[in-house]
Design a protein around this ligand. Structure first.
Ligand code: NAG
Ligand code: NAG
Ligand code: NAG
Ligand code: NAG
Ligand code: CU
Length: 259
């Protein structure tokens, strides 16, 4: 752990840390990276809505979603699709780019859901609340860094404070069946007691490769549906004395693994 990270962790241990929000601005694939532009809530909507290059589902505001059962928890609000797909080969990393991320605590997860083929509407035609989502990546408190309040979460560790973007790479499973998918990145911030903040963003992917794998149906979750609002890892005060010692983890879904 670098000294800078240690200092930031100390600073951010204060209970009611800054309330600025944010979201996933861009995606990159490959090395050297090919960049894909996302939706920008601060820019003119008319110049983004339905544009032929738009790979990301629209998120109109940087504000979080506060309810685990919010109808927009799948792909943010309004979640309107664009027509484009990010091409990615199974086994490659897809990197989510945040230009700044301020919140320090809570888990981060990445999910996929298969869409019908293009001639059946692709990802544009789907109802994201009906999709079968499976988790491909997760990270929480980094083991060995301390307790819930003072330890370092991946959500803190992936932040850069030198002006360069915060990069969150996740591997598209190498044996995943080729086809069209929606990728869903979620940052869950739990720095305010009993008031979880969900920050989901979705994009459309065109996955190529020789794979044929999809996880068994026991891996699938709906959004909303995946989370119980009464889950002790959502209704949580991490700065309480009890929580400094223990943490009831949100039920974890296994990562997709190939045979
Ligand atoms: C990143 O996305 C933003 C919109 O969210 C866009 O303005 C910017 O041009 C993108 N950057 C690159 C390098 O694609
Ligand atoms: C947004 O862009 C449209 C199309 O370019 C333009 O007509 C409109 O004036 C812009 N709105 C703002 C608030 O800049
Ligand atoms: C790909 O992503 C994984 C998982 O997040 C990470 O450990 C690995 O370093 C990344 N590889 C590259 C080349 O970025
Ligand atoms: C997906 O990629 C394949 C291979 O490059 C291409 O033939 C197909 O047109 C792409 N589909 C979409 C919807 O982009
Ligand atoms: Cu915020």
């Amino acid at each position: 752990m670098s000294l800078t990270l240690a200092l930031l962790a100390l600073l951010s241990a204060a209970p009611h840390f800054a309330s600025a929000h944010g979201g996933l601005a861009n995606y990159t694939v490959g090395d050297p990276p090919v960049w894909y532009r996302g939706y920008d809530p601060d820019e003119n909507a008319t110049e983004q809505d339905g544009q032929p290059w738009m790979v990301q589902r629209k998120w109109a505001s940087i504000d979080p979603i506060f309810s685990a059962t919010d109808p927009y928890i799948a792909c943010n609000k309004p979640g309107t699709p664009g027509p484009a797909y990010i091409p990615v080969t199974a086994g490659q990393n897809l990197t989510a780019v945040y230009w700044y991320w301020l919140h320090p605590v809570g888990p981060m997860t990445a999910w996929l859901a298969a869409c019908p083929p293009l001639d059946k509407g692709g990802c544009v035609g789907v109802d994201v609340n009906q999709l079968d989502w499976f988790k491909i990546w997760e990270a929480g408190l980094i083991p060995g860094t301390g307790n819930l309040a003072e330890g370092i979460w991946y959500q803190k560790a992936f932040q850069n404070w030198d002006g360069s973007p915060d990069l969150w790479p996740a591997t598209i499973p190498a044996t995943l069946k080729a086809g069209l998918y929606i990728v869903r990145h979620e940052i869950l911030s739990i720095h305010i007691e009993n008031k979880p903040q969900f920050y989901p963003e979705c994009a459309h992917l065109n996955v190529t490769g020789p794979g044929t794998d999809l996880p068994p149906s026991s891996f699938y979750k709906k959004f909303p549906g995946a989370y119980d609002p009464d889950d002790p890892s959502l209704k949580i005060d991490i700065y309480s004395d009890a929580m400094r010692k223990t943490y009831v983890s949100r039920p974890s879904l296994l990562l997709l693994e190939h045979s």
